[in-house]
Structure formats: C-alpha cells, structure tokens
Design a protein. Structure first.
Length: 564
RNA sequence: GCGCCCGUAGCUCAGUGGAUUAGAGCAUCUGUCUUCGGAACAGAGGGUCGGCGGUUCGAAUCCGUCCGGGCGUACCA
C-alpha cells in the first residue's frame, strides 16, 4: 500500500511540476491521517513557490487520482500533506505480508560465542537472545540463515583453568576428575568457572604460577596439533571441554532459542588462520615486528595488531581470520553477520581490513553488528572482584520467581512468561548502547513488557474461542472509529518488519507490538465483540490482531500462549 | 594524546535519511470496576532533548566546539 501510494504521488508531482522526486511517506499521529509527506516543503525551492501553495495544488490533484485508496487529503502547518485512507484500503492492508527483501540469500549469522572453561554471564544471555531474533528477522525476509557459534577452547583462559583444575586434583589425574561429585551440567560448569577464577588470580598475583599457566596454554595448543586424546592432561582437557559444551546445550534449550547449525571451536580455526597468516607474510600484508607477526593498521587509520605472538601462538585476530575463511568454505555465503559486544569493534575492523587485502568480496559481504554491555543499575559494570556479576541462568531464575508470584499452576506457561519477560526486556532496547539490568525491576510483568504482550494475545484468543466462526473482515466493511484505529495499527506491521530487517534491529518490532497491544486493549475496553451487532466484523479484527501479534512475538523468539 | 560510541522526564528507554503540540513504561497522584480474562483502561503532575555556536523557512535529529561518561589504542578475548 505504502509503495503504491509513494509511486502515484511521485507521478503526480512529475505531472504537476515536471520534477522527479522520491516520495517517502511517514506515519503521522492518527489525528492527522494515516500517511503524511513533506514533499511540498522539499519542492518549494526547486519549483519556486511557497510550500503551502504547492501542497494545496498537490492535494487537489491527489484527491482526483487516489479515489480508491484515499478518502481525504489535507494540507497542514507549513505544507504537510496528510492522507487518510479509505476503509477499503485499510482492510486490504490487513492481508499484506512483509517484503522478502533477502529472498534467496544465503546468510551466516554468528552470535553467542561463549568460551568453554568459563562461566556464562548476563552478556551471553543478551547476545544469544538478540542474535536469535536478528536471525529470525533475516529468515522471515526470505534468507536461508545458518546459525553458527564460535568459542575459545584454546587460549590463555584455558591455560588458567587447566592449571587450577590440576592444582585442585593434585596432579594430572583423570580418575580424580571423574570422581569429583558433580551431577548436572550446571554444577560442572560452576566448578569449572570456579577453577577459572582461581587460575586467573594465580596468573595475576603469582609469578611462578603465571609461568606455569603460560606453559599449560602452550600444551593445550600442542594437544590439538598432535590430536592427543590419550595423555592424562589431554583427557582432562577433553572431558572438561565436553562439560562446557553440555552446559551450553543445556543453556540454549533453557532459553529456548533456535539451535545452532555449527559450533566452531577456536582450535578448529586457528590452524586455518595460521596457514593464511603465513601466506600473508610472504605477500607482505603481515610483517615481523619485535618477534611477533603484526598487521600495520596505521596505514589504514586502524590500530596495529598482533596476529602471531612471539611464542608463535595465534591471537584472536588469527583465529577470527580462520573463522571467516572456514565459514565461507562451509556455506559459500552471500552475506555474513557477526554479532558481538562493541568492545571488539576495532579488532574486527583490523581483521576485516586484512581479509580485504586478499578477498575483498569476503570482507564486503561481512557485517559486524555490535551491542553494549549488560550493566547493573546506576551503570555499574559487573566485575567478579566486586562479586556483582550476574550469571546467565541466575537472571532466568530470578525472573521465574517473579512470574511464579502471579501464576504458579502450569510449569510450561510459566517458562513462556519468564522467557518472554527476560527476552523482551533485552530486545526492546536499541542495539548498540549498554543495557542497564535491574534484577528487581527490569524484568517486569506489566507495562511495556513481554508478559503484557503475551497477556494481550491470550485475551484475544479467549474471545476468539467464544466466537468460533470464520473470522475474516469483509473487504467492503465500513469501520467505526475504534475499529479503524486498530485496523490502521495492524496495517503498519509490514512496514515495521521491513524496517527491522533493513536495520537488523529487533527493537523496532518491540516498540510496534507494544503500541499494537495498547491499541487493541483500548479497542477492547470500549467495544463489545461477542453479542454485539458488529460481532462478525469485530471477530475478524481480533483474529487479525492476534495473528499479527503472534507473528511479531515469534520473530523476537517469544512464545504467544493461547491461555495464561 | 588519538580513534569510536553515548548524554532526551526522578529512574529505564523510544524518537536521530530535519518538519504538524518531543513520546512510552516504572515511580507519584486521581478516576473506571458485580471483566467478551483488570497482567487492563481513562487522566494529572513531571522535559533549557548535556552547554554554547552554526546551517535551514524549520534542528532532539545535520555541522563545529566545549563539558561529562564509556570502550579501544601490539603479543588477552
């Protein structure tokens, strides 16, 4: 509808003033109309008339031209043209579908990226939820999306944890590890995370331990190159890595996001990265510097960064270089989206600049989307030393407690509500800045919250269950005011989704769905549906509304229960 | 120092390809109420859109500058 109107208005401008303009219709406040354009103000200079005059002339012509779609054209303020749609045009809009802007595209979406041997914290929850939704949006727009995950199963943090594990066990004793009393994935993960904290402390505070940890780090790389599964050290490593993976799996199932198609451990990409880095040294793209291999980012306005350390070990940059190559070999993607925290923006620029040197089309197809940190109220940063960190599952647990106070009879529904609250709380904010997470208030059950939307959906379904007939709004329906507002709002859905896909920003969907639910609740409060002379029409509206709300929530990864 | 990001109501945030009176939620106060499910609806108070300057008929939105905060700035990720 919007596109059609934009084209027709552009044509009218051309006929009237002989100029080519692109029309961008906006959604004004409802009192002004359904669509608005400021084209008269834009044309003013070109045409040499005052905008009000141009607006009036356009309005006259538009009234003649758009009789099917538009019932009223008015000129307001300095020259805005406000269009009011006909009821027929509005009702037609109920059937519109979002554009397939990514039709046929092969896309890789990388997000979540947890490291084995460490804990999952609030940030992992956030990035997983937002990544899942962005992948949903692209899928909805017609893309084939491959969800992948990347994590550091090698690197200094693993050295730290391995060191502490062996300290705890007393020696490199795999039997001792297996007799530690740990049953659930959560318990094992917690045990590992405790070891990491110990290893980290030792690394920072004790020179002797630090030397050992560096050595353990090298041994971990070595066991990968030798594909060692037999030595006790190796067995401890593989066992604990699996514990972490089991825990990740458990976590993703708990938060109910779509499964990952492939998990790339760093150990699998570092070899590819090293091979490429070595090749790039020969080409002069990477170079020696103080015993390390670096990329001279300064030449491109970026930082100089190390790719291979003087120990000969690959850094994050090289592993990521390997990852980009591996992803392309695996999926031959048209587009690759990487979702991470914004603290690695500069790193990624350097990595992509290096990729550009040997495969410009690859770096051009890669988009790095970033989000901020999850912080506590007052903007306080979480830190393990202050003891104010939030575990990923702790957030879910505390939200579950809040949900329980309201509804404690059905386990499955309660989970839907809990996850709805948490996911929505994260998703409703524009991606990029830091998120303030208040354990008490942030995961709310009322107001602009997930449960509000879920409840608004359940209410509508309840009405529909009582109505039980085929609920379609007749094309020639004449709408009353409250009905009209609802139809108008539902009609915005496709525009909003298109925008969210274009920007890859799920919060647009949240903002819209909340407005939609508010519009519905207003309608519902003031208009009878069942046992009203307009029952058939209104049931059609309720149906259309409930379906729209449900579709939108599913893009956010939020369930829309039929009853609550 | 340099680079990037951020600063909108008491708190948490929308709005930033300029445009009709800057919007929500929470909190505070007041109404609706024997509900087609009140996790609701109606309303009130609360804002120099960090400051100053510029571009424009028009700036929260664009440009400059200053203040405040965050992140990055070679062998962590």
């Amino acid at each position: 509808m919007k596109d059609v109107l934009e084209q027709k208005i552009a044509q009218v401008c051309n006929e009237l003033f002989g100029v080519e303009v692109g029309i961008e219709l906006t959604r004004p406040e409802e009192q002004f109309g359904d669509f608005a354009t400021n084209v008269a103000l834009q044309l003013s200079k070109q045409v040499g008339k005052n905008p009000r005059e141009i607006g009036e002339a356009l309005a006259v012509k538009l009234r003649e031209t758009l009789t099917q779609e538009v019932s009223d054209v008015s000129v307001a303020g300095p020259g805005f043209i406000n269009l009011r749609l006909t009821d027929m045009a509005l009702v037609t809009g109920l059937k519109a579908q979002p554009a397939k802007g990514l039709d046929g595209q092969n896309v890789v979406a990388e997000y979540s990226d947890p490291n084995p041997f460490k804990a999952l914290h609030a940030g992992h929850l956030y990035t997983s939820v937002v990544g899942d939704s962005i992948a949903n949006l692209m899928e909805q727009a017609g893309a084939t999306v491959h969800r992948v995950n990347f994590g550091g199963d090698v690197g200094l943090h693993v050295g730290k944890t391995m060191w502490a594990i062996i300290q705890e066990l007393g020696s490199e004793d795999i039997e001792a590890l297996l007799t530690v009393d740990l049953d659930s994935p959560e318990e094992r993960a917690a045990w590992l995370s405790q070891r990491y904290v110990e290893g980290n402390n030792a690394y920072e505070n004790d020179e002797g331990s630090k030397v050992e940890i560096v050595e353990y780090n090298k041994r971990v790389y070595q066991l990968h190159t030798e594909d060692d599964h037999d030595a006790p050290f190796a067995q401890i490593y593989w066992t604990c890595r699996q514990w972490s993976y089991d825990y990740f799996q458990y976590f993703y199932e708990t938060i109910n996001i779509k499964p990952f198609e492939k998990y790339y451990p760093e150990s699998s990409t570092s070899g590819i990265g090293i091979a490429k880095a070595t090749e790039l040294i020969d080409k002069g793209i990477l170079q020696d510097s103080d015993g390390a291999v670096v990329f001279k980012g300064e030449d491109y306005g970026l930082h100089t960064r190390v790719f291979l350390t003087s120990e000969g070990l690959p850094t994050y940059e090289t592993k990521d270089l390997g990852l980009i190559i591996a992803k392309y070999e695996d999926f031959k993607f048209d587009k690759s989206v990487i979702i991470t925290g914004n603290d690695i923006i500069e790193y990624m620029k350097v990595v992509l600049k290096v990729v550009e040197q040997f495969a410009p089309e690859l770096s051009a197809a890669t988009k790095h989307l970033t989000h901020g940190l999850v912080k506590l109220e007052g903007g306080e940063k979480m830190s393990s030393r202050k003891g104010n960190t939030l575990g990923a599952l702790e957030i879910i647990d505390s939200a579950a407690k809040a949900a329980k106070e309201i509804n404690n009879d059905d386990q499955a529904k309660q989970e839907d509500i809990t996850l709805g609250a948490v996911k929505y709380a994260f998703l409703k904010q524009r991606m990029g800045g830091d998120i303030i997470y208040d354990p008490k208030e942030s995961v709310s059950l009322e107001g602009n919250s997930g449960p509000y939307l879920q409840y608004a959906h359940a209410r509508a379904r309840s009405i529909l269950r009582k109505g039980n007939n085929v609920n379609v709004v007749a094309e020639d329906a004449l709408l009353e005011e409250g009905e009209r507002s609802l139809v108008r709002k539902i009609g915005e859905y496709t525009e909003v989704i298109d925008k969210a896909v274009n920007d890859l920003m799920p919060h647009h969907v949240c903002t819209y769905l909340y407005e939609l639910a508010q519009t519905f609740n207003r309608f519902y409060e003031h208009n009878r549906v069942i046992d009203d002379p307009r029952q058939t029409l209104r049931l059609g509206l309720v149906q259309s509304y409930a379906d729209t709300l449900k579709s939108g929530l599913s893009l956010l990864g939020i369930a829309a229960p039929e009853q609550m």
